[in-house]
Structure formats: C-alpha cells, structure tokens
Design a protein around this ligand. Sequence first.
Ligand SMILES: [Zn+2]
Length: 155
Amino acid sequence: MANGIAESFNSWIAIERLMPVYCMLDQTRIKQMEMAGKRREEAERWTTELTPKMEERLKVQMEKSRRFSVHYSSPGVYEKSYSFPIHPITNVDMSSTDSASECILPPLAKRPPGRPRVKRFKSVGEVEKKLICCGHCGKMGTHNKLSCTEPLVQQ
Ligand SMILES: [Zn+2]
C-alpha cells in the first residue's frame, strides 16, 4: 500500500525528480498548490454534503436496501444468542495448558550472504523485455539462436 502511494507520487513528479533538490521541492510545492486550488474550486460547486462519487454510491446502496425486510427482535432472542460460553483463544501472553509439543515455533531462518537488496522485485507487467538480435535468423526480438523458430535455410 505504502509502496503504491510512493510510486504514484513519484510518477506524478516524474519531471521534477530530475531537477536539483531545491528546484524539485519548489516545483512540487507549486504543483501541490495548483492541485489544491483546482480541487477547492471544484468542491465549491458541490451542492451535496458528500462528494458526488460518494453521493452516487449512497443512492445505489439506499436503492438496494429497499428490498430488505426488518424482523423485530425480542429479549429472548438476545439471551439465546449469548447463552453458550465463549472459550478464550491462547496467544503469546497466555500460554496453552496443553503439552509444549503442540507449540509451533517459528522456522529457523538464516540470513542469506551478501548485502540485502535495495531495489524491489518488479511485477510481471512492469518488466520490459530487452530486444536482442537472433544469431540464427538475424531478426531483432526476444528470442536467441537456441529458441529461434525460423526454418533452416538449405544451401
Ligand atoms: Zn531467430
């Protein structure tokens, strides 16, 4: 989630990011001021309590709720709901009364050698395939001599 917000913000300031630090901060500040101004003007035109999008969602939900039927409860129903005991669930603070052999310990993890990664792993859609020249057919693409499907030319 936080990564998504950071990436969204980074793409929003794609041009500003290339500037020197002071210019980047100033341009980002101007961009935010412009956006806030635009949103304020937009909000002044609203006539409803909620945002137009949320107002529309509320209308849809209210329309859906018309089909619900209401059943009135009685004191007996409430008492019946809570008539059975609720047993506590064991956690770290409250150890189980059963044998210790049933206790599940975390796996023995060993830190991998080398420096930890700084760059994140990219998703499948994000990775751009690099074009390479095939040694067999000579075409530019994503295959090489071994994975080439072009037929052999008899000489
Ligand atoms: Zn090829």
